[in-house]
Design a protein around this ligand. Structure first.
Ligand SMILES: [Zn+2]
Length: 190
């Protein structure tokens, strides 16, 4: 504690699912996603193990389609708003797949991926709007090329192929949350 102020350190749970960004690339986009594993379930340990490459896909029948898949995101925001990091921002996480934003392909090269625990059936939580906004503002402070207009959904960079974060994610509400963020004190792995 210093001056009654404590930094909020984001827990780092390293994923092996990443590689290097192309030489000289500038991080200038955030891609928001929704995830629920198995579908309809908001189980942190399953998503964590999936991103860390340790998920036992034989435990749930619905998880068998995930066997051998190697994906990750830089961050995950759980239902209660808690934030976890899996890949350092300087590294390329594997979240967007085949994608394109404003004519520039392969969004993984130049974006930060944030997974929000949720699906298309259940509204996201207030804590998620608040904490995703806080995380985005902290990232914008660190990477000034990320403007408010450059926070997009997976559905926008991979239309027709991906639906998330989908119809439950209220973009107007999120933009209001972005304006309300006061504490830009998250500490994460750059
Ligand atoms: Zn996605």
């Amino acid at each position: 504690m210093q001056n009654g102020h404590m930094e909020a350190r984001v827990p780092f749970l390293p994923s092996p699912h990443f590689n290097q960004r192309p030489e000289g690339v500038r991080i200038n986009l955030i891609v928001l996603h929704a995830i629920s594993l198995p579908p309809g379930t908001f189980d942190f340990s399953i998503v964590r193990d999936f991103f860390q490459g340790t998920l036992d896909t034989t435990v749930h029948r619905e998880l068998s389609t995930l066997a051998g898949l190697r994906v990750s995101a830089h961050f995950l925001v759980h239902r209660d708003g808690s934030i976890y990091q899996f890949v350092r921002c300087r590294d390329r996480a594997w979240h967007a797949g085949m994608s394109c934003w404003q004519g520039v392909e392969n969004c993984n090269d130049y974006s930060i991926g944030i997974e929000i625990m949720g699906d298309e059936q259940v509204p996201f939580t207030s804590a998620q709007y608040r904490e995703v906004a806080r995380l985005c503002r902290c990232l914008m402070q660190c990477y000034p090329d990320i403007t408010k207009e450059r926070i997009v959904g997976h559905q926008h960079v991979a239309p027709g192929r991906k639906w998330d974060p989908g119809r439950q994610w209220d973009w107007q509400r999120f933009k209001r949350s972005l304006c309300r963020v006061r504490r830009l004190d998250l500490v994460f792995m750059t």
